[in-house]
Design a protein around this ligand. Structure first.
Ligand code: HEC
Ligand code: HEC
Ligand code: HEC
Length: 150
């Protein structure tokens, strides 16, 4: 008798009380049942452990500055509410696939000629345009709503 489930285990225990002469069978059945239960508990513990580790990892993620002012060239500076975007967008990489999560990353890549200011701007603007089109909350799309002269 090879019980694979908890039901089989219970069945085994019933047999133990009913048929005392098949005791060795019962003991094996109950032991397999207990072993399966243990495996399940260990799996559950591992799983919850992994989940907690995951959420702790997210909680200590470095979020960077709340508010920023980006260099918008001749049209003027561009104020950028960083944390607002982190809250509204589900994925950091909606922006950070263009540049890493370090201070001054944009200017550094631009000076290395591996990024254009225009690419950064288009990423902002295209997303706002898409959101406007789909009727969602969006940011500015007009030049002077992003660029402010000082
Ligand atoms: C809408 C665009 C956008 C999104 C989304 C975004 N960031 Fe950023 N992030 C920026 C910009 C722009 C910078 C400035 C880079 C520079 O200084 O050149 C930046 C810089 C940073 C920095 C560098 C430190 C600092 O404050 O300058 C960190 C850390 C960072 N981001 C973390 C994150 C994390 C974590 C997420 C997701 C939870 C995220 N960002 C989502 C645009 C974004
Ligand atoms: C992937 C989409 C996406 C990208 C990329 C993005 N934004 Fe936004 N932005 C939004 C959404 C959505 C809102 C509306 C947030 C709200 O009102 O809750 C917003 C709002 C704003 C606002 C208005 C905030 C307010 O409090 O009213 C500004 C300013 C802004 N974005 C600037 C920028 C700049 C500058 C960049 C590029 C560095 C950028 N955004 C990149 C989606 C985006
Ligand atoms: C959603 C915000 C946003 C809007 C709308 C926007 N810009 Fe920009 N613009 C930016 C950002 C962000 C940068 C680059 C910042 C950086 O390099 O860190 C930029 C950079 C620029 C630059 C510098 C380019 C370079 O090569 O140095 C110019 C010029 C410019 N914008 C003109 C415009 C004009 C013209 C419009 C209207 C058609 C416009 N922008 C609309 C955000 C915006």
């Amino acid at each position: 008798m090879i019980p694979g489930s908890a039901l089989a285990g219970l069945h085994g225990m019933l047999q133990c009380s009913k048929n005392p002469w098949r005791k060795s069978d019962c003991i094996v059945a109950v032991q397999i049942w207990k072993w399966n239960l243990m495996k399940k508990i260990v799996m559950m513990l591992l799983l919850t452990g992994m989940l907690t580790a995951g959420s702790v990892g997210r909680a200590i993620q470095v979020q960077g500055k709340k508010e920023m002012v980006l260099d918008g060239g001749r049209l003027g500076k561009v104020p950028f509410p960083h944390h607002t975007h982190q809250t509204v967008l589900d994925d950091c990489n909606r922006c950070h696939r263009l540049f890493p999560q370090t201070s001054g990353a944009i200017q550094q890549l631009i000076s290395q000629k591996s990024l254009l200011a225009r690419q950064v701007m288009n990423q902002c603007r295209n997303c706002h345009k898409e959101k406007v089109k789909s009727g969602e909350k969006a940011g500015p799309v007009k030049c002077t709503e992003c660029h402010i002269k000082n």
